[in-house]
Design a protein around this ligand. Structure first.
Ligand code: NAD
Length: 542
């Protein structure tokens, strides 16, 4: 029982370390990387606070060195899924009755463990397992995950303290109850921070969770579990199972205690979840909450008043960091004809200077894409562009999967604004540019709005304020995160809440209170002090 209205430490963003030559963090992360890549890590499932192995295993290899095996994970059989659900339900009563300050302390401790003793481990695991450069690993698996944990704890205190007004007749109280039953977190490969955030943000509100990470993120998922164990998360609160995604999901979504889905991944997979939930709706004890942050076809539109160097830099960073495998990555650009010549030269110069290879060599800006399926899909789009009359590759276009899944940063010039790579999410280092006539800026804004099914991120680059205002208005529904004179990537927790609508998801804004509100079911309690004893109102008097 709480005996005070406690204040949590003021959340602040974790400072991004530089990893510059000679820095202690650089030395430490290289040491940890070398140690981890030369050892063999087993990743058991995590059920009821125990490491659980099965008879079925799958090996783990770095995308940039796919012949090397760095570990293996264990695949769930139906009984493991049943156990994970049951154990979560068994843990629920104790967990939801734990005072919020004790729940919060676990996640605040987890944040500090990542900021300190686990920082090089979680970064090295993300470099090895997901092929991120050290900078991309640092801003994701260390800083963003730390920020999610710290800010979410602060947000839950704001939620709990948001109370209705009361007076001398009655005291009105809102209890922010966790959802009944259990919730399901399904996470993508591309952000270790998202993998950590989705299950933990629901758990800190008293929910019990079954978590299914992406099979290509399991190597760093293990570090998240190690941190939660050390932070003192009680058994059964978060249970992780790996393996056949459809089998696990089918079992979970047919359980009558299923009460919430927190999903991040592709639009088509999310649609299939929604359909299954719809088909099963009469089975559930309560209407499940559904949150999905999904795909993007993120844009940069550059007006003739924009600075060409700024446009080229926004494209190089916005489209190619982490090989374009960010949901927010720019992948279609609309550049005014009068600045295109300059932008093209600067962009080509930038891309020629970029080196590609293993993240172990810290000078590389581009590393490998996540797996063979993804590599083949991206290569297909590139081949299509090579043979299409509507497209021309102006730089890049080569790829090689002999040792790692490497694809050169590629820029396609589309002669037709509806060319396939202007519309579809590719999720790789491929940027398509359409050059528009200076006099057709308004028509181009409409093209931006109508060309794809998605509405996640987008950016306008211009110096003319009338143009900035016009673009902001016309593109009101084209992006959930809209950037003025910047690249469309790099949202920071507590500063730029993230998410989009249309085909990009339910726009519940990860890293904000709006998202957390989806994982509670408020109960209003009205307590009347002088309870009436006569049913007759004054107006009934004769
Ligand atoms: P994905 O859809 O392939 O996988 C996401 C999760 O769903 C994984 O855990 C996967 O195992 C699971 N899954 C896949 N197929 C399934 C099936 N048939 N049944 C049940 N589960 C299934 O996505 P990904 O390749 O891991 O991630 C990239 C996608 O995620 C891109 O579309 C990207 O735009 C999106 N994404 C969106 C955001 C956002 O905030 N909007 C953030 C990150 C990634």
């Amino acid at each position: 029982m709480s005996t005070g209205f406690f204040k949590v430490p003021k959340a602040k963003n974790e400072v991004v370390k530089s990893y510059k030559p000679g820095s202690p963090e650089r030395k430490k992360v290289i040491e940890t990387y070398n140690k981890m890549i030369n050892s063999f890590t087993e990743v058991p499932m995590y059920i009821n606070g125990k490491d659980v192995k099965s008879n079925n295993k799958k090996s783990i290899s770095p995308p940039h060195d796919h012949k090397k095996i760095v570990g293996e994970y264990f695949i769930a059989e139906p009984k493991h899924i049943d156990d994970a659900i049951q154990t979560a339900l068994d843990a629920k009563k104790k967990w939801e009755n734990m005072s919020w300050e004790n729940r919060s302390a676990i996640f605040l401790k987890a944040a500090e463990l990542i900021a300190g003793p686990y920082r090089s481990k979680i970064n090295a695991a993300t470099m090895i397992g997901q092929s991120k450069t050290v900078h991309q690993a640092e801003i994701d698996s260390a800083c963003e995950l730390i920020d999610f944990l710290r800010f979410n704890v602060e947000y839950i205190t704001k939620i709990y303290s948001n109370q209705p007004s009361s007076d001398s007749e009655a005291w009105n109280r809102v209890e922010y109850r966790p959802l009944e039953g259990f919730v399901y977190a399904v996470t993508p490969f591309n952000f270790t921070a998202i993998a950590g955030n989705l299950p933990t943000c629901m758990a800190m509100l008293g929910n019990v969770v079954l978590w299914k990470p992406s099979s290509t993120q399991i190597y760093s998922a293990k570090i998240i579990i190690d941190v939660l164990k050390e932070a003192g998360l009680p058994p059964g609160v978060i249970n992780a199972v790996y393996g056949n995604a459809s089998l696990i999901t089918e079992k979970v979504l047919s359980d009558n205690n299923f009460s919430g889905l927190h999903f991040t991944g592709s639009t088509s997979v999310f649609n299939s979840f929604w359909k299954t939930i719809g088909n099963n709706i009469s089975k559930y004890n309560t209407y499940p909450k559904i949150v999905g942050e999904t795909g993007g076809k993120d844009f940069i539109i550059a007006h003739m008043s924009a600075n060409s160097k700024q446009v080229a830099t926004a494209i190089t960073r916005g489209a190619f960091e982490f090989q374009g495998q960010k949901c927010s990555a720019a992948s279609r650009g609309y550049i005014s004809e009068s600045i295109w010549k300059d932008v093209k030269k600067l962009l080509v110069d930038d891309l020629k200077s970029i080196s590609m290879g293993s993240p172990e060599n810290l000078e590389n800006f581009i590393t490998a894409v996540i797996d063979e399926k993804s590599f083949d899909k991206i290569a297909n789009y590139i081949e299509n562009a090579k043979s299409s009359a509507d497209a021309e590759i102006i730089i890049g276009g080569n790829y090689d999967k002999t040792n790692g899944y490497f694809i050169e940063p590629t820029v396609i010039l589309a002669k037709e604004p509806n060319y396939i790579t202007m519309r579809e999410e590719i999720f790789g280092p491929v940027m398509t540019i359409y050059v528009y006539d200076d006099s057709k800026f308004e028509e181009t804004l409409n093209l931006v709005d109508n060309t794809s099914e998605y509405a996640l991120t987008g950016a306008i680059l211009a110096s003319d304020r009338y143009i900035i205002e016009k673009a902001t208005k016309v593109l009101k529904n084209s992006a959930g995160n809209f950037y003025i004179n910047d690249k469309p990537t790099g949202a920071v927790v507590g500063k730029q809440p993230f998410g989009g609508a249309r085909g990009s998801g339910t726009n519940d804004k990860a890293g904000s209170m709006l998202n957390l509100l989806r994982w509670v079911s408020p109960r209003l309690i009205k307590e009347t002090f002088l309870t009436p004893t006569n049913y007759r109102y004054d107006f009934l008097e004769k």
